[in-house]
Design a protein around this ligand. Structure first.
Ligand code: SF4
Ligand code: SF4
Length: 423
């Protein structure tokens, strides 16, 4: 028996399907759930079939929550490699020793993953939606302690990798069709329980913020946006507050931007996006900064010393997270006068950017500790009375572990000892 069904997919597409009833399913309690799940998987697959592999991957990525996705051909970066080397030679990396290693692999994904053909780039939103944040940060009141928004919830490495693994599994089982039927592949990757079989690591490797890759550069190459004067990858459609995740694969996948389409970070392209007349005027229909310099002015540490150039040693993000604890006693390393007491990361150059109005709603996992951090966490007493054990219990699976409680307390004391905060 067959039944004609009409289904609305999103707002736009109406699909008519003939779905074969199976007698065994008919009129059982689970019928509706089984039927609906199967049906949606079939529809998803039918839509994906109409597109190339990159279209299928993009559709899946958006369905599981990524704000955008693009693909670039895996090849050596030359302009960016030069920029990276200059930054290293000028000592801007401070004591981030990991940045000084693996230069060749960092600038050439085919050395990082043997046989790499494609670099897939994904944007994972972490902001609080489209509301443009004020430069004073997200925790109300200028005398409160501030934690960077990227650390309001679960560790983004774990959260993003889990979703990237779904996409990697999808790619692997699509090109190695002996693993699964196509419909099973879609079902497994959309499923929210991580129970799918592991993909072959020879085909795909997933990364976010932990491997020698220039993630912002690859996002530009994949056509996802441009590099702002604050150094961020800014997406004209998804704004500023996005983590970047990467899949490097040996599968050849169609690039989503040509060299010239990619809004490159070269001076040539910056010149092409004509500067606007008035200072801080920006045209949000043109994906560039124009004459705006708000982020440079917002950086209390003068770490952004020129457009797209950062001396990380001066950056509060480096000082409060990356800088080894022992060095915090060195007065030359202390933060200079700041209007805000950032004790883990810093969001000033991010929050002030007008492109924030395009932010997508962040994943809920990234905001699970928002209440705690914006109330008790904004007071020195809370942190100073936490034991190591209590800290681990509360924040053991969050980005705050990178600094640890000792460093966070030291960060608070820096403001107190040196009275460096102007308010
Ligand atoms: S994160 Fe803060 S300190 Fe670092 S460059 Fe941006 S505004 Fe400056
Ligand atoms: S604040 Fe202005 S200059 Fe800075 S990145 Fe945003 S648009 Fe560009």
């Amino acid at each position: 028996m067959q039944l004609p069904i009409s289904v609305y997919y999103g707002n736009l597409v109406q699909i008519y399907l003939l779905y074969p009833f199976r007698d065994t399913l008919l009129l059982t309690n689970n019928f509706y759930a089984v039927f609906t799940n199967d049906l949606m998987n079939l529809i998803t697959f039918a839509l994906m079939e109409q597109e190339g592999l990159v279209g299928k991957i993009r559709k899946l990525a958006l369905q599981i929550g990524f704000a955008d996705m693009g693909c670039a051909k895996a090849q050596r970066l030359s302009f960016e490699a030069e920029r990276f080397m200059q930054a290293q030679q000028q000592g801007f990396f401070g004591q981030m020793e990991y940045l000084k290693r693996n230069f060749e692999k960092r600038t050439d994904p085919t050395l990082l993953v043997e046989g790499a053909k494609s670099v897939l780039v994904f944007l994972a939103p972490f902001g609080s939606g489209k509301i443009e944040s004020k430069p004073t940060g997200n925790i109300a009141g200028s005398s409160t302690l501030k934690i960077s928004e990227f650390a309001y919830g679960a560790d983004y490495h774990t959260v993003i990798k889990e979703r990237l693994n779904r996409v990697a599994y999808f790619i692997d089982s699509t090109v190695n069709s002996e693993h699964n039927t196509a419909a099973e592949t879609v079902a497994a990757t959309l499923n929210t329980t991580p129970n799918f079989k592991k993909y072959k690591s020879l085909t795909c490797r997933v990364f976010t913020d932990s491997a020698p890759i220039m993630e912002r550069a690859w996002a530009v190459k994949a056509g996802l946006g441009f590099i702002g004067k604050n150094n961020f990858l800014i997406s004209p459609t998804c704004g500023v507050k996005n983590f970047i995740g990467v899949i490097i694969t040996t599968v050849e996948i169609e690039p989503t931007a040509t060299e010239s389409e990619a809004i490159a970070t070269t001076t040539a392209t910056v010149a092409k996006n004509k500067p606007l007349a008035a200072k801080n005027e920006r045209n949000l229909t043109v994906p560039s900064c124009g004459n705006c310099t708000l982020c440079i002015e917002a950086c209390s540490q003068k770490a952004l010393f020129a457009p797209r150039s950062i001396d990380a040693r001066k950056c509060l993000s480096y000082k409060t997270i990356e800088e080894p604890l022992g060095d915090s006693d060195d007065k030359s390393q202390q933060p200079v006068a700041a209007t805000e007491k950032w004790i883990f990361g810093c969001d000033c150059c991010m929050n002030i950017c007008p492109w924030n109005r395009f932010n997508k709603e962040g994943w809920s996992e990234f905001r699970s500790n928002y209440q705690l951090l914006s109330t008790k966490g904004a007071t020195a007493g809370f942190w100073k009375t936490l034991t190591e054990e209590q800290f681990k219990t509360l924040f053991g699976t969050t980005p705050l572990m990178r600094a640890g409680i000792k460093k966070i307390i030291k960060n608070i004391e820096r403001y107190e000892d040196n009275n460096t905060c102007r308010d």
